[in-house]
Design a protein around this ligand. Structure first.
Ligand SMILES: Nc1ncnc2c1ncn2[C@@H]1O[C@H](COP(=O)(O)OP(=O)(O)OP(=O)(O)O)[C@@H](O)[C@H]1O
Length: 400
């Protein structure tokens, strides 16, 4: 079957749509912040950085470069040696740590749930501490279970009775319980397998589209950083900020060799994920519908291929001249006959990367283009994508 790319990632890092009434709470400022541990290790060195409110900021870099230390200084799990961290203009050192942490949700690797409490009790922990009372805290926990996409029946389970991905969702629900403006997430998805991880990332972006939290997210995975971050801070060993930019800028204009190497050798290809494919010409594409006859499909073949759609006009695969050659004229085109192939290019939300991917992954070399509702609208070729790329270059959207 043809695969619709995930909302994020495959189709080129579509961003969540922020509400116009996005919150302005949760500005975090690092002002010349240094952390020197007792043994002399400088984990963070003179960090100056402002985290935008209502956005996702990712701290990324190699192991030991000071990401976690920087994160934990925000909620005072670690105190800075010098410099200041301000949250909404107030130095965190002037806040009582337990009170400060109530306004700052915290999610860690493997969720860190209390093993002897049920899922609902885990989520209700902070509301109870904040004095919400049992009934209100429980109601909030039930709501949040739904918010993070878990069935109500899981509320009475214990963490060990959940998968890693489900535990992580509970961890997010718990962090959101008293609706804090700021969420700190320390490698929250690194203990789950890549498929679950991608699902959790998509879910986080969906949630963020509704919640508009100020999220600081730590990872050592540049792909995760580029997918999730509105802005990405790349750290180098010694706790030095190497570059702080949007993912598109990071890929297009890495500040130095360290950043360039860190973002990877295929950064040019990945940067295509941030180029809108609006200028791309979508060509015609011959199609038949499931239920049509093989004879009809044969007559519609173009360069040996015809695409097959279902009754909703959603593409479901290809038929080749080869495949049709030994099929009876009157035979019905059904899913058994159809050859799977390739990703789809969404003309409304897709990027040049997703268009190129659709073309390269198609057995006919024609990328299948669909509209926002998933209906077939035509085809794209790799040559056409390269032409659009050249035009973007001329327009100055891509560095020369
Ligand atoms: N309590 C401590 N005492 C001494 N050194 C420490 C302490 N905690 C962290 N460090 C050191 O500070 C540096 C930064 O550590 P930090 O945990 O912030 O890095 P990180 O970028 O989050 O790494 P990772 O990706 O491996 O989790 C490392 O060299 C680490 O060994």
């Amino acid at each position: 079957m043809l695969e619709r790319s995930a909302v994020v990632g495959g189709c080129g890092y579509c961003r969540p749509h922020y509400r116009d009434d996005r919150r302005d709470l949760g500005v975090i400022e690092f002002q010349a912040v240094t952390k020197r541990f007792d043994d002399g290790t400088v984990a963070v060195d003179e960090l100056d950085l402002t985290v935008d409110p209502g956005r996702i900021t990712v701290f990324v870099g190699p192991s030991g470069c000071g990401k976690t230390t920087s994160l934990r200084m925000i909620n005072r799990m670690i105190d800075a040696t010098s410099g200041a961290i301000l949250v909404d203009g107030k130095d965190v050192r002037q806040s009582d740590p337990p009170l400060l942490r109530r306004g700052i949700g915290y999610v860690i690797q493997q969720a860190g749930l209390f093993p002897h409490r049920t899922v609902l009790d885990n989520i209700a922990t902070v509301p109870l501490l904040a004095g919400w009372g049992r009934a209100k805290s429980r109601k909030r926990a039930e709501e949040l279970l739904e918010t993070v996409g878990l069935p109500a029946s899981m509320g009475s389970r214990y963490p060990a009775q959940l998968s890693g991905g489900q535990q992580q969702r509970v961890g997010v629900a718990r962090a959101l319980a008293v609706d804090p403006p700021v969420l700190l997430m320390d490698e929250p998805f690194s203990a789950v397998d890549p498929v679950v991880r991608e699902g959790l990332q998509d879910e986080l972006l969906r949630l963020q589209g509704e919640l508009d939290k100020t999220i600081v997210f730590v990872t050592h995975d540049i792909d995760e950083a580029i997918k999730l971050g509105d802005k990405v801070a790349v750290f180098r060993t010694g706790g030095i900020l190497a570059q702080y930019d949007t993912p598109a800028e990071l890929l297009a204009r890495p500040a130095d060799d360290f950043v360039s190497n860190f973002v990877g050798r295929d950064r040019g290809y990945r940067a295509l994920g941030f180029l809108a494919a609006s200028g791309l010409t979508v060509g015609e594409l011959a199609s038949v519908q499931l239920g049509d006859t093989a004879g009809e499909a044969r007559r519609k073949l173009s360069d040996g291929w015809v695409v097959v759609v279902d009754e909703r006009k959603h593409p479901c695969g290809w038929l080749s001249a080869d495949r049709l050659s030994d099929v009876d004229e009157a035979a019905t085109v059904d899913t058994d006959l159809v050859q799977s192939g390739g990703s789809l290019y969404d003309t409304e939300h897709g990027s040049l990367r997703s268009a190129l991917d659709a073309a390269l992954s198609s057995p006919s070399a024609l990328g299948v283009a669909v509209n926002g509702s998933g209906e077939l609208v035509g085809s794209v070729t790799a040559d056409e994508v390269l032409r659009a790329l050249a035009a973007a270059r001329t327009a100055g959207e891509v560095p020369r």
